[in-house]
Design a protein around this ligand. Structure first.
Ligand code: CRA
Length: 829
């Protein structure tokens, strides 16, 4: 903490340059200084990794500079801020993204060449920050980039997990998980703020107290853990603004444990306190079910409590009364995970700030908005009452009070309709009495956002039907988006140059609507030539990567057909595999002249299965078993190759997406809330083979259904098809490919039996059998289109040209205007 002494301002100005310099010589000098003094290596002898570290530190200096200026400016202007609470952020690598957004990539590349290094090679040294599972977390990262770029006064808050998402290792075709020690070699992108820390309390009891003649509740906690801030500057593109992503790490509290002091158990006192750190140790690796885990609840409350203390401290620095809180603060809850923050705000306002309940509730209702990312009611988090009562006893009381008032209000509208009341209640009665975190959010938030139009419909008509009838105005659609900075500019520089050249401007990088201007040139032969070259260079890069990892050689003339995402039954990687088996079977039965007409394919699959998800793990093994057979079959040669890319993550996606021709998005209609992978492929001119689900429906509207390959049952047909159940067997072709797996054609007969049972005897919940014929038709249409390369290239250009709507810039503008009520606050250059 700063003492009484203040730095002498005039002196500071005299000693420091106003800004760091970005010319090549200054950058070289900076990098070498960091080699010598930060990395502590000799400037006459350092390797690529050390060069990367020094480079990263010199970039970080420039980030810090802007980040300081931005925060000083925000403080001066004091605009309404958006605080984005998310338990997961999937940032991936930072180096290239940072220098791109800072606008000094060429200068750095030049400086490094002068020193004998290559920027791209050093960039490969960086590991991924994988503090999230999948779409939800990567979307949070894209939103941070857009918030910074659009100059919004925003903060992200989350957890600094010691271990990110597990690493996937494949041994004999089986997935194994290894911990992700991502911090082992240091993390130059974060700034540890030892002086920014807050105590977070757990357990204990609630007591009553009389204060100024008024009865109050006070929570006497039983445990205190310290939350220490780690700040991650997020630079905007084409602006001086750099916002903050503040992640909390748990540290033992420095409050002295008198008990163990007096008993003299010094060693145990320290060991016990050390346990506090486990709260932020590890990310839960399952993106769907974590119901009822104590550590999970502690993680949620830990980051929420620290963030709110920080937000309220910042508010109180400038304001006296909480009346102004909603004018200065918007809180966004990313899925239900941080929704305990509603009870926490109420606790602070009522118990600590002594506001009366209705005043506090009014404030809470005006600051919170939530985005739901799940589709199925099972995906919504529930916390057993006993667990909540033990970890956060006062919060449980508060939730009961909120629910009591909610029920009273509902009775006014619905009378004694107890069925409805019990469905809408925050408390779920049943074998395990639980708190429905989604209902808590719905009761409080002024906006409840869905992540695509189809998804919002599902929320309105199924998941939250009763709430929608009551508060229709709360429900809004904010179709997801992805940032074109990372997904085109950083990951596909050749495409970036082509777009800028043909549009005659780089303005699309900030204003992506301009990208539609490419439509005009969709048939231009010169653009076609450039486009095809770009694709080929990217495919070459991908082919090299595939060969290094899997020893499979692939032909660049083949169609690169990709499905990369978490492995889930609803995402139907199994449908893809069965399609591949069908293709293989056809090739095996062809004579040489038929074979000449086959469009060669490289089928690429990648993704992680949650460690406890057996079916998903079997699907991974099936990919490998099929790959082994197909890739070694001389009858097939280059006509078909199957590749499983291990350890799929953000940086793998950056390499794979630009090099793909076709991408698959196969969720059973109604199951993918949005899907954001498809948007990245779209931007990169990869054609989509997809079901009419989530955001694919909106993509079809933007680019025209004729420019993609849609197939399968529609959202509103699915329930009826399921009703028909087992009478709905798939086609003969389907039966044949399943039989091949069942009969052990690919080995591991017993192991795959249950997969076959699921789609045949087990009711086929995800309708693989039903959709198979239509899937094969779509695949055949893709083959036909690929043969006509001019047509294909035109479709590819139209995909990129139609991707403007799917920028997270558009998403963020909608949130800013429709949910958060915030204005840009641009720091002057
Ligand atoms: N798994 C949805 O399933 C969606 C993302 C981001 C998901 C995706 O369809 O694109 O969120 N849901 O909105 C989720 O995590 C907890 O629910 C996802 O990433």
């Amino acid at each position: 903490k700063l003492g009484d002494r203040k730095p002498k301002v005039e002196k500071m100005f005299g000693l420091m340059d106003e800004f760091l310099k970005n010319d090549s010589i200054s950058l070289q000098k900076d990098i070498l200084d960091h080699v010598e003094f930060t990395v502590a290596r000799s400037r006459f002898s350092f390797d690529d990794f050390e060069a990367y570290q020094a480079l990263a530190h010199s970039v970080r200096d420039r980030l810090i500079e802007r980040w300081h200026d931005t925060h000083q400016y925000f403080k001066k202007k004091d605009p309404k801020r958006i605080y984005f609470l998310s338990l997961e952020f999937l940032m991936g690598r930072s180096l290239t993204n940072s220098v791109t957004n800072l606008g000094i990539q060429d200068q750095y590349a030049d400086a490094l060449t002068q020193l004998g290094f290559e920027f791209e090679v050093l960039a490969e040294q960086e590991g991924d920050a994988a503090l999230g599972n999948g779409g939800l977390a990567r979307f949070a990262a894209c939103q941070m980039d857009s918030l910074a770029t659009l100059d919004y006064p925003a903060w992200g808050y989350g957890l600094r997990y010691q271990y990110g998402l597990f690493r996937q290792i494949i041994v004999d075709g089986f997935q194994h998980e290894q911990p992700d020690f991502w911090l082992n070699f240091g993390n130059p992108w974060e700034i540890e703020r030892v002086h920014v820390s807050y105590p977070v309390k757990f357990y204990g009891t609630v007591e009553e107290e009389v204060l100024n003649g008024r009865k109050c509740k006070i929570w006497i906690p039983g445990e205190s853990v310290e939350a220490v801030a780690y700040d991650n500057p997020i630079p905007g593109y084409g602006t001086r603004n750099a916002i903050n992503l503040r992640l909390w790490a748990a540290k033992p509290s420095d409050q002295y444990d008198m008990e163990s002091y007096t008993t003299g158990d010094y060693i145990n006192a320290i060991v016990n306190r050390q346990k506090a750190e486990t709260i932020s140790n590890v990310l839960y690796p399952d993106d769907r079910s974590y119901q009822g885990k104590e550590l999970r609840l502690k993680q949620q409350y830990f980051f929420v409590s620290a963030s709110l203390q920080d937000i309220m401290r910042r508010f109180k620095d400038l304001h006296r009364s909480f009346d102004e809180f909603p004018e200065k603060v918007a809180l966004q809850i990313n899925d239900t995970h941080p929704s305990i923050s509603i009870a926490e705000v109420m606790r602070v306002l009522v118990d600590e700030e002594h506001l009366d309940w209705s005043k506090a509730w009014d404030i809470a209702c005006r600051i919170f908005s939530v985005t739901i990312h799940a589709v199925q009611p099972e995906g919504l988090e529930k916390i057993p009452v006993d667990l909540l009562g033990s970890v956060l006893p006062r919060h449980l009381e508060i939730i009961y009070e909120i629910n009591y008032r909610l029920m009273e209000e509902l009775k006014k509208s619905f009378g004694q309709d107890y069925d409805k009341l019990s469905r809408m209640s925050i408390i779920e009665e049943g074998a395990v009495k639980s708190i429905r975190m989604a209902n808590l959010s719905l009761a409080c938030c002024h906006t409840v956002n869905g992540v695509s139009r189809v998804h919002l419909e599902t929320l309105k008509t199924r998941v939250f039907k009763d709430f929608y009838a009551l508060w229709p105005q709360k429900f809004q659609c904010k179709t997801n988006g992805v940032t074109q900075r990372r997904w085109i500019v950083v990951s596909n520089p050749s495409l970036c140059s082509i777009i800028s050249k043909w549009l005659g401007t780089e303005a699309w990088i900030r204003n992506v609507d301009l990208i539609a201007g490419l439509r005009e040139y969709a048939k231009d032969p010169d653009l076609h030539t450039e486009w095809k070259n770009m694709k080929r260079v990217n495919k070459m890069r991908l082919a090299e990567y595939i060969e290094t990892l899997t020893s499979v050689k692939v032909s660049l003339d083949a169609m690169f057909d990709v499905q990369i995402k978490r492995i889930h039954e609803y995402k139907r990687q199994l449908l893809n595999m069965l399609g591949i088996i069908h293709r293989y079977d056809c090739i095996k039965n062809m004579d040489e002249s038929d074979k000449r007409r086959v469009v060669p394919r490289v089928c690429i699959i990648g993704g992680k299965a949650a460690p406890g998800y057996e079916v998903a793990k079997k699907i991974i093994k099936l990919c490998h078993a099929v790959a082994d057979k197909v890739n070694n079959d001389p009858d097939v040669g280059d006509l078909l190759k199957v590749v499983f890319i291990p350890d799929y993550n953000v940086s793998v996606a950056e390499l794979v997406i630009p090099g793909s021709d076709l991408s698959q998005h196969l969720s059973t209609a109604g199951h993918e809330a949005s899907g954001t992978g498809c948007m990245k492929f779209l931007m990169n001119g990869c054609l989509l083979l997809a079901t009419a689900d989530g955001s694919a429906v909106e993509i079809a509207e933007e680019i025209g259904a004729e420019n993609m390959f849609l197939f399968g049952a529609k959202v509103d047909e699915v329930p009826a098809l399921r009703e028909k159940g087992t009478t709905l067997k798939g086609s003969l072709q389907f039966a044949r490919v399943v039989r091949m797996v069942r009969d052990g054609y690919f080995g591991f007969k017993d192991y795959f039996k249950s997969l076959c049972d699921i789609v045949e005897d087990g009711g086929d919940f995800y309708l693989l059998g039903y959709d198979f014929a239509s899937y094969l038709e779509a695949q055949a249409a893709a083959d036909r289109a690929f043969v006509d390369q001019e047509k294909w290239t035109q479709m590819s250009i139209l995909s990129t040209a139609g991707s403007g709507k799917f920028s997270s810039d558009r998403t963020i503008e909608e949130y800013a205007q429709q949910s958060w009520g915030i204005e840009p606050c641009k720091c002057p250059f």
